[in-house]
Design a protein around this ligand. Structure first.
Ligand code: FAD
Ligand code: NAG
Ligand code: NAG
Ligand code: NAG
Ligand code: NAG
Ligand code: NAG
Ligand code: NAG
Length: 493
């Protein structure tokens, strides 16, 4: 008895040593191709990389991190990971929030942070972007050519996760999602070969990667068709809370009347922080036209303040986004509802009830909640299909008209405060879904890029898309490296 306890303690100690210095990291660090590109714990470079994550929840300490600088580096990496059966994670811009979305504690994080360049070919109008680039740097790079890209609405977000997960942009009514504008993916497959996936070569992989996230391979280059013109009219407008119903009606009316390929879009947001509750809109026109007639309903409302302005996306997007602090405890949840006053009211009524519970549970916490409402419209989905289609499965979702996508973002100051507030956020999300269901306003779809770890976005994308993902995964990754060894992000299986 005594002996076996000692023996198992010895096993535990051996496991701990293996964990802190696993042989896979030695194999990676000594590979000639990867010299100097593998970061080990307790080094300044490793610690600096941990600090690049948006959410403290997501920033896990891997056995080691590989920071490839080229496609060849990624090939060398996957060769070793697959051969040594090494669990791994994939990180690009590090803006997913949940623990396990992009980094791994028991394994190796493949971090694309150093593959962050953009190039542009004026003859084809195609921007070639590495997955670790931030959208802000892409807007700046292409701006002198008088073009822009279908990218994020916040400059700090990464290209890799955003685009492989869909990518809702200020250009989505007119051009679909970011992934729809990808004319070619360069992908390193599980067997370490490099392939192009486009409309004529590997078209099944091309389509499946439009929403496929990390399920199929390491995406090493994204060739995206750019959009002519750089001017964006946009900004935040704040309203008195007494205007809430009027803001809701302006939003619903705007969405119902969305014209085909419209340059106009809107988001409305409910906000709570230590200063109290607020409501605001984000109005945008991607042709740089101010006060377009589609916004008449919003512009007729009295407002408290507005940052609306016109300029190149490279300047306007960072300007009105403001700072996005890193290292707080961020948590995102999403779902869908019919485009209805009742759905907006249900969420608006539950919000202060659950904030009150959060404040009561953690009275000294400095936390915030942000609830964003944004439409998925028919013209967005038509623009996806026109460009070859993606696997998001939105066609049946918008068949009866535009729908309401909601996002709840909870940001907490400390881990201790989050431990008591997060369970209440889960109750809030459950209450939203239950109340929407009871009111007949629930729509069964969840967007991967906003989803919490347990939301299973692929279960909402429809059988035909799941069948495509399964077939493509089996064809290009027959041993299931990206299903079994990849531990981060969402799996379709
Ligand atoms: C402030 C903020 C603003 C946002 N704005 C928008 C917005 O306007 N529209 C929108 O749609 N979303 C938005 N998002 C959500 C965003 O799309 C996701 O968080 C997205 O995952 C971020 O991309 P990333 O590269 O930073 O992701 P990471 O967290 O680094 O990666 C996320 C996932 O993508 C996969 N992945 C990343 N790189 C690769 C690769 N090279 N090959 C294969 N798989 C890969 C990984 O498996 C990982 O699971 C926003 C998020 C934040 C925090
Ligand atoms: C790419 O990443 C490096 C290392 O973090 C950074 O110094 C550089 O500014 C980044 N380049 C761009 C275009 O963002
Ligand atoms: C971009 O547009 C500006 C202003 O219209 C023009 O002066 C410039 O030559 C254009 N640049 C390119 C690369 O087309
Ligand atoms: C598609 O892939 C083929 C094969 O690699 C390549 O020759 C072609 O240029 C690619 N097409 C696009 C649009 O990138
Ligand atoms: C908001 O509206 C209320 C009620 O009409 C009013 O009392 C209050 O002063 C307004 N607040 C602001 C900031 O305008
Ligand atoms: C905000 O209100 C001011 C007047 O106070 C008005 O000039 C402006 O057009 C309004 N802006 C919006 C976006 O409603
Ligand atoms: C709360 O946190 C925000 C940043 O997230 C900060 O700007 C603000 O000053 C803090 N407020 C208090 C009262 O601590």
């Amino acid at each position: 008895m005594k002996h076996s306890v000692a023996a198992s303690l010895a096993t535990l100690a051996a496991t701990a040593i293996a964990r802190s210095n696993p042989h896979q990291c030695a194999a990676l660090a000594t590979d000639t191709q990867l010299q100097g590109k593998v970061l080990l714990p307790n080094t300044a470079a490793y610690n600096a990389e941990v600090d690049t994550y948006y959410s403290a929840n997501a920033a896990q300490h891997a056995w080691c991190m590989v920071l490839p600088e080229s496609t060849a580096d990624v090939q060398a990496t996957v060769k070793i990971l697959a051969k040594d059966q090494c669990p791994f994670g994939i990180k690009a811009g590090g803006h997913s929030a949940w623990k396990g979305s992009n980094s791994i504690a028991n394994g190796v994080t493949v971090d694309f942070g150093y593959m962050n360049t953009t190039s542009y070919n004026p003859d084809t109008g195609i921007a070639s972007i590495q997955p670790g680039a931030r959208w802000g740097s892409v807007y700046e790079f292409v701006d002198p050519y008088n073009v822009t890209v279908v990218g994020a609405r916040t400059s700090v977000v990464g290209v890799g996760g955003f685009t492989t997960g869909g990518g809702y942009s200020f250009h989505s009514n007119s051009h679909g999602f970011a992934c729809d504008n990808v004319v070619n993916w360069e992908i390193v497959l599980a067997d370490s070969s490099v392939v192009n996936a486009n409309a004529s070569t590997n078209p099944d992989l091309w389509k499946a990667q439009k929403g496929g996230s990390g399920n199929l391979g390491f995406v090493t280059r994204i060739d995206q068709q750019t959009v002519e013109g750089t001017q964006l009219w946009g900004g935040f407008t704040s309203y008195n809370l007494s205007e809430t119903d009027n803001v809701f009606n302006a939003y619903l009316d705007f969405v119902e009347n969305t014209q085909e390929n419209s340059p106009d879009q809107t988001i409305i947001a409910l906000y709570y922080d230590y200063t109290g509750f607020s409501i605001r809109s984000i109005l945008t026109n991607n042709e740089g036209i101010a006060n377009a007639p589609a916004f008449d309903g919003f512009l007729a409302l009295p407002n408290i303040s507005s940052t609306l302005t016109v300029g190149p996306e490279a300047e306007i997007i960072p300007q009105f986004t403001g700072p996005t602090p890193l290292g707080l405890y961020a948590n995102w949840f999403t779902g869908m509802a019919t485009n209805s006053f009742e759905a907006l009211s249900i969420i608006n009524k539950l919000h202060p009830e659950y904030v009150a519970k959060m404040v009561a549970a953690a009275p000294t916490s400095n936390f915030s909640t942000l609830i964003e409402f944004q439409p998925v419209t028919n013209t967005m989905v038509q623009n996806s299909d026109k460009r070859g289609g993606n696997i998001l499965g939105l066609e049946p979702i918008v068949a009866d008209g535009p729908v309401l996508m909601w996002l709840v973002a909870l940001t907490v100051d400390t881990e201790e405060n989050q431990a008591v507030i997060l369970p209440i956020a889960h109750e809030f999300v459950a209450a939203i879904n239950q109340n929407l269901q009871e009111a007949g306003r629930f729509v069964n779809w969840a967007y991967l890029n906003y989803a919490w770890g347990n939301e299973k976005p692929y279960s909402h994308y429809g059988q035909a898309n799941l069948d495509l993902l399964t077939a493509v995964s089996y064809k290009y990754d027959p041993n299931g490296v990206f299903q079994k060894l990849r531990q981060t992000g969402f799996k379709f299986s």
